[in-house]
Ligand binder design. Sequence first.
Ligand code: GLN
Ligand code: ZN
Length: 763
Amino acid sequence: MVVSHTLGFPRVGKNRELKKALESFWAGRSDGASLHATAADLRRRHWKLQREAGIDLVPSNDFSLYDHVLDACALFGAVPARYGSRGGRVDLATYFAMARGTPGDGIAAMEMTKWFDTNYHYIVPEFSSRQEFRISSTKPFDEFEEAKALGIATKPVLLGPVSFLLLGKGLSPGVERRAALERLLPCYADVLTRLGSAGAEWAQLDEPCAVLDLPDEDRALFAAAYAGLAGARKAPRLLLATYFEGLRDNAGAVASLPVAALHLDLCRAPGQLGEVLPHLSPGTILSLGVIDGRNVWRADLEKALALLEEARGEVGADRVWVAPSCSLLHVPVDLDDEIGLDGELRSWLAFAKQKLAEVAALRRALAEGRAAAADAFEASARARESRGKSPRIHNLAVADRLAKVGDADARRRHPFAERTKAQAQRLGLPTFPTTTIGSFPQTPEVRSWRARWKKGELTTTQYEGLIEGEIRRTIEWQEQAGLDLLVHGEFERNDMVEYFGEQLAGFAFTQNGWVQSYGSRCVKPPILYGDVARPAPMTVRWSRFAQSAAKRPVKGMLTGPVTILQWSFVRDDQPRSRSAFQLALALRDEVADLERAGIPAIQVDEPAIREGLPLRRADRPAYLEWAVRAFRLATSGVADATQIHTHMCYSEFNEILEAIAAMDADVISVEASRSRMELLQGFERFRYPNEIGPGVYDIHSPRVPATEEIVSLLESAAKVLDPRQIWVNPDCGLKTRTWEEVKPALANLVAAAKKMRAAAPAG
Ligand code: GLN
Ligand code: ZN
């Protein structure tokens, strides 16, 4: 029988009910019982929604109060010692302490990092080298029973044992991991036995690590783990789920495991079917992810059905299931509420709820023939056709311009060595020049102006007058503080991507298209649906005003093409690189306009360039090549004397240093203070050719760094970099800080730069 199922559903609720319940609980305004009640209500609604949409096998335990990896830590009792747990059941207080730390004197939270190549963040398990495991939570059992009481037999979802271990830190590869697995497996077997005894027919074990580059010893963990679990008494049948990439060289190790079903992501890797089939154990069911769980477009059902039929031809009708490519966690809940989007655009989209209907339609079509889902297939074909030729998407002028772009457009006129002389003359900067990353504090007052303006309570003239006042004060303060290259402060921006998306053709915005980023935090990515064009200058007005109010040079401030792409839902009807180049050309015009307005330095932020890196090493050079080219296209149109800056904020970029250098920005500012300049190790290996400001003020913390502390960071930088290369700046923008913190911190930063200058005079 063909079965339709999902791997997971968004947890937060279409009106962000969980966010509100969590934040009220954390603030002490409500108790655990009311948090649990909200959570149960969300689970019930989501189970029903899925059943009513025609999903045969609905997941449970995909819900989480904070994060599913943290849930696995709680389930298996992997609670770091500092939380003082005595080994019993992990209570709510301990759970949230692990997620968020405790206030005051404070026990630090566990580390958080990006979930593969998504914008979701998980809590990184912390293992000790002799980590013991014991079942310390009843969540999967409770939620299974909860659904059962509602008459729904669910498929419990667990993070698989191999991914659980590989995603954590503290275990060295090889013997240590292998031994930890041996200690962990009995717990997994117990959990499965309990679920089976409760009546679960299926359990889903998520093993996304199966799509990564794995050393042999890690790859071997799969065989050990699943051979171990195959013997669990009364266990449900296992569905091993992989997603976000193809199995590639892991196909042999994973497809032959003794599990009842294997899930493959055919949206990301449609070609992997052929690679996996030869390794598939006879009898293993193939769950095929043919509805994109990572993007918001209505599916091409014909194409999806063709893949399903191809698989059925190979393995037989009883061995094919239909599913989204991954958990629907990564898309918004419901398109029906988006009344602000016009009908045409809406007809091209599908959020989680609409994707359920697509999965169900494919199941019907596969089981009973296309005619059984005629309406859905027709709607899909219509959407495809209208998207294929809509003038809203296809802008001939943009295509034309892109076709004419040549290598010379992606190259500055002269090499850095010449540019830097022209810039030094124009900007007149000292050695160890000081600057900031762009934003200054977004006070409640500044935010209230924008809200009132949007509500119509302030006229545009009034609003702009207020912003200008804030810019003027910020410029004056920077001059008096002694900063060398000034910024306008970004007070007119709510978000560094939304601000540009709203002004570019080709973007749409939802009212409620929230996606969980971590814990209670959600983001609302713009939808990039069409060819990108810039109808009018976007930032020139503010930069020009700031420069007119300043005696010192002011730096213009833009968000780069790759970052805009990375933080949006993007087109699936053309390669990402093409969208990036279109964005780059729009930004190139903005750069040119800023230059024409007399702005002597322009920063194009690319904080997301590293997170766009493909999961597999083999795919990275191609990505870096177009990402770098997009940046260069955006920034290469200017004269030598116009200084191009870029900014990135994360510390692990040593592996892409060459690509960063290839961007050929005159100056780059990077996050470095939190890792105590760890990134500088990379510069011992690779000599960064242009100028660079390793961050010396951790803006994630309210702490004000002392002058001496900044000096010592700069001194370590000066050991691996030429002092003439070094800029002095914070790690990132200051918008989340208060003026009370920012003023003394920047005063110390300026003082530190002066000390450096005195110690190593120019020349
Ligand atoms: N210019 C931006 C700011 O200062 C950069 C933000 C970022 O890197 N995320 O806020
Ligand atoms: Zn940053």
